[in-house]
Design a protein around this ligand. Structure first.
Ligand code: 5GP
Length: 189
């Protein structure tokens, strides 16, 4: 998605050889117009698929997911992150190792928001090692629902997440795919 790539080039900050900061339009300040276009692009890429729900993870996946939900006219559910959950019959939960925080979190979704006849599009802001997306897919499977695909705003293709998810059989659609960070510059695939 050219508009997104241009925005990453102009406003993204390469923090080190594996971390990109996009706080000015996605992760802290949010550009609603860009979010809307991203949501519409996800809807376009997955048009023709039967999708009943979007599943994302708090907090940075929510803005783009709401816009995709608006375009697809379907509800958006987000998994909550908790330090640890006490086992509870009312929630699906799994453990996810956070790439940015370098710690494990439990992620939980209330059982009332995922049914076995749901066809779920998973959306997240970044794809690195694939932990967050795989955790969300695990929750969909716990509900005996189906994962239609995984939509990612920024994929760091030099990290193993995308290959891992595709090898597991998921359709992955990433709107910007980064080949490397070199001398503080973002190089796209
Ligand atoms: P993964 O679970 O695929 O290893 O990492 C994806 C998650 O970690 C995303 O939900 C995102 O919040 C965070 N993340 C991974 N890499 C980056 C990055 O380069 N920049 C930012 N801002 N977040 C990242």
């Amino acid at each position: 998605m050219e508009l997104l790539k241009k925005r990453i080039q102009s406003d993204g900050l390469v923090l080190n050889d594996s971390l990109l900061k996009v706080d000015s339009f996605l992760n802290q300040q949010i550009d609603p117009d860009l979010m809307l276009k991203i949501g519409e692009e996800f809807a376009h890429r997955f048009q023709g698929e039967q999708i009943t729900k979007i599943l994302t993870i708090e907090s940075s996946g929510i803005a783009v997911s709401v816009m995709a939900g608006l375009a697809l006219k379907i509800p958006v559910v987000f998994a909550r992150k908790k330090k640890s959950v006490t086992i509870n019959e009312d929630v699906y939960y799994t453990k996810v190792y956070s790439f940015t925080k370098q710690e494990s979190n439990d992620i939980i979704v209330s059982k009332q928001f995922l049914q076995e006849d749901d066809h779920v599009l998973i959306i997240d802001d970044f794809l690195a090692n694939g932990e967050a997306a795989a955790g969300l897919a695990e929750i969909v499977h716990q509900a005996n629902a189906r994962v239609v695909g995984i939509g990612i705003v920024i994929e760091k293709s030099f990290q193993p997440g995308a290959k891992k998810l595709m090898d597991a059989g998921y359709r992955v659609e990433s709107l910007a795919r980064i080949a490397s960070f070199s001398n503080g510059q973002v190089l796209f695939l």
